[in-house]
Design a protein. Structure first.
Length: 712
């Protein structure tokens, strides 16, 4: 014990605290400028999201030999009752203007159109404007669409003008991601400020965790920026947004737990340095185990096929690791430097009585102890009933029309275009094959149901052939993000793969969606069991037991299914969302299991500490009483920070934020406080098997109702 306290003094000793503070100030002076550049290092191009070995990814790579990677924007014109002569003249003028554009990746000579829905008496027209992509492709899509809009305007006098297609949709996504870091930072910071004020009731104390977690975020962003620019780490808008939420949520949780233990020790020790050393010694292992659980669970994502999922793993792991480092070094140093006054107006004084045993959680524990088996059975049944909502889950992907919480111009344009043109126009199939079999492959594509036979052709700016291979495109009749379009892709692939010697491959936007679905199914089957194994091993090492970790894993899985079921019901009948992204269950599982197990770690390590002195049954009640208030506060903070994802105008983010927030609240108020407590009380000393506590069980004669005195 003395050795561990000696390590703690390296952080919060009389001189050491100033060294720690100085090192963090120096580190932030160096890293803060680079943290602001993380947005510039993001790679949001298609290949950063797609599964690396998928057929659509291969087509994307091969197509770059024929032409620079392009994403088409589609300008749609329509008028109820038909286009007038003035409309057609305006459209022709716009087409000439677009052909003269040569900025932001637009090469006007490759513009196609106008194409009318019917030769005589047209009602609508389309102009195709390919946008050439490069290493800055994502950043240039928005300006490119702005340039197009500068030529075609927004319509008027009954003529509707919209910019849609993959280019228009991507521009709307880029706008949604624009400012994601600042939006989430402000939202998460606002949640943390409010929750810390409620928890601490101190306007001064909240500044310390807020400063610490902000420093951790800047340091993590800078480190990730260096790895992205120098080490090949892939960072996209999704992982950058989740990084902010994770660092703020996890970091603040660790701060709350350390402050609670520090406050306890300040009542027992006059020297604040000694109090902090003891707080770190006693709470540090649980915080460290919690952080390690999250870090290792995030690193499991490296086993994913989806590039976006695999890239999230190290980004999230780095963020949590840096937050953990900051909370175990910078945060304690700042608290000790500040002194007791930082707790104003509720300053803990040496010799003050411990209020734990009078609290609501002490009373809750004693009530559960009267009939623990009935409590855990009823709670488990209630959670199982909530899990029935899984039958409402539609995690088959979200189409573009349903991907935004609002209705941007590209979505309106997509609906207008589908009324007059083949629904798949603007997002064609891309086929590559050997040149010798190209004609036969073309016939196979044209003969597939769901493909417009007359649409086969060579896109402008594309080489006729390259090293014995050819590339051509085809339009589907179904909307590119629909199930019907995915079925068409499967049929086209079957047809071209059957052509002997063609070595044909089918890609394009719909093919990419299909491949992402398959990769996500693989990732679910691989990652979910691996995360459970990682968490089980960490719990087993931490608690030196077998039964307790198995019980905890079971409760967290039940909590996950209940949260997913309730979320699915809310998405269907409250928010009216059309469905969930294919990776939604996986992300919710990883975050809930990795983060939800935190509260069980904090509770059970305290129970184990108390059980060694008081016996398991008394230790359970005392552990719940000692950790109840702080874990509740931590759960509210983490739930609030994930709910901040709902500030983004994208359904996928809102759904993940809602489900994780709901799951954290279930973990905090139901699973940890009721289910785990009742299970441990009912199981008794056997919960620690095979550790000696299962046999000796400390002061086993103490009854929960008789527990009194300090909870520390």
């Amino acid at each position: 014990m003395t050795g561990n306290r000696g390590v703690a003094h390296l952080v919060c000793g009389r001189r050491a605290k100033w060294v720690v503070l100085g090192l963090w100030v120096l580190a932030l002076l160096i890293t803060a400028p680079f943290a602001q550049k993380l947005t510039d290092a993001q790679d949001n191009d298609a290949q950063s999201w797609l599964p690396g070995s998928a057929e659509s990814t291969q087509v994307l790579e091969i197509s770059q030999d024929f032409r620079p990677e392009q994403i088409p924007a589609v300008v749609v014109y329509a008028r109820e009752g038909g286009l007038t002569a003035a409309d057609r003249a305006q459209i022709q003028q716009d087409a000439r203007g677009l052909k003269e554009l040569h900025d932001h990746g637009i090469r006007g000579a490759e513009t196609r159109g106008p194409v009318y829905d019917r030769p005589a008496d047209p009602r609508a027209a389309q102009i195709y404007v390919p946008i050439t992509m490069d290493e800055k492709g994502w950043q240039r899509i928005g300006p490119a669409v702005d340039s197009i809009r500068g030529v075609v305007g927004t319509g008027g006098s009954g003529l509707a003008v919209h910019i849609t297609g993959p280019g228009g949709t991507s521009a709307d996504f880029a706008e949604a991601f624009e400012g994601i870091d600042s939006t989430l930072l402000l939202a998460a910071m606002g949640v943390v400020v409010v929750m810390l004020l409620i928890t601490y009731r101190s306007p001064t104390l909240l500044l310390v965790p807020l400063l610490s977690v902000t420093a951790a975020l800047f340091a993590a962003q800078a480190l990730i920026y260096f790895l992205a620019t120098q080490g090949g780490l892939t960072v996209n808008g999704q992982s950058a947004g989740i990084l902010t939420v994770l660092v703020f949520g996890a970091g603040t949780d660790y701060a709350l737990l350390l402050v609670a233990r520090y406050r306890e020790e300040l009542r027992r020790h006059e020297d604040r340095h000694e109090a902090m050393a003891l707080a770190l010694h006693r709470a540090g292992p649980a915080v460290l185990a919690s952080g390690a659980t999250v870090v290792l669970s995030m690193l499991v994502l490296l086993a994913a096929e989806m590039n976006s999922t695999r890239g999230l793993g190290p980004v999230a792991a780095i963020g949590v690791a840096v937050a953990l480092l900051a909370m175990l070094t910078l945060f304690p140093a700042l608290l000790v430097v500040s002194g007791r006054w930082i707790f104003w107006p509720a300053v803990p004084h040496f010799g003050d009585a411990d209020p734990t045993e009078r609290g609501v959680w002490a009373r809750t524990g004693r009530r559960i102890a009267r009939s623990p088996r009935a409590v855990w059975v009823a709670t488990a049944v209630a959670l199982a009933i909530c899990s029935l909502g899984l039958f409402q889950l539609r995690a088959a992907g979200i189409g573009n029309a349903d991907a935004f919480t609002g209705r941007p111009d590209s979505i309106v344009g997509q609906e207008v275009s589908a009324r007059y043109f083949p629904a798949g126009s603007g997002s064609p199939l891309v086929i590559v094959s050997n040149e010798a079999q190209a004609r036969e492959v073309g016939r196979a594509v044209a003969g597939t149901p769901g493909v417009v036979p007359t649409s086969l052709g060579l896109p402008p700016g594309t080489k006729p052939s390259y090293e014995g291979r050819v590339l051509f495109e085809a339009t589907m009749t179904a909307p590119a993000d629909s199930d019907a379009a995915k079925q068409t892709v499967e049929q086209v692939r079957d047809a071209v793969h059957a052509v002997p010697g063609a070595d044909a491959k089918v890609g394009g936007g719909t093919a990419a969606l299909l491949d992402m679905d398959a990769a996500t199914i693989h990732d679910d089957r691989v990652i979910i069991p691996l995360v459970l194994v990682v968490v089980l091993l960490i719990l087993s090492v931490l608690l030196r037991a077998v039964i307790a970790p198995l019980l905890l894993i079971g409760t967290v899985v039940l909590s996950f299914t209940a949260a997913l079921g309730l979320s699915a019901m809310a998405f269907r009948y409250v928010f009216d969302y059309a469905g969930e992204s294919t990776d939604f269950p996986l992300f919710v599982f990883v975050f809930l299991v990795a983060l939800g197990i935190d509260y069980n770690i904090f509770l059970t390590t305290r129970i184990r500490e108390e059980a060694a002195r008081r016996g398991t049954r008394a230790g359970v009640v005392t552990g719940l009483a000692a950790t109840g208030a702080v874990i509740t506060s931590a759960g509210l903070v983490l739930a609030g920070t994930f709910a901040a994802l709902g500030t983004l105008p994208m359904v996928a983010f809102a759904e993940i934020g809602f489900a994780v927030a709901l799951g954290v609240l279930l973990d905090t108020f139901v699973v940890r406080s009721v289910l785990v407590t009742a299970l441990f009380l009912d199981t008794g000393p056997r919960v620690w098997w095979p550790h000696r506590l299962a046999r000796e069980d400390g002061a086993a004669t103490a009854e929960p109702s008789q527990v009194s005195g300090s909870a520390g």
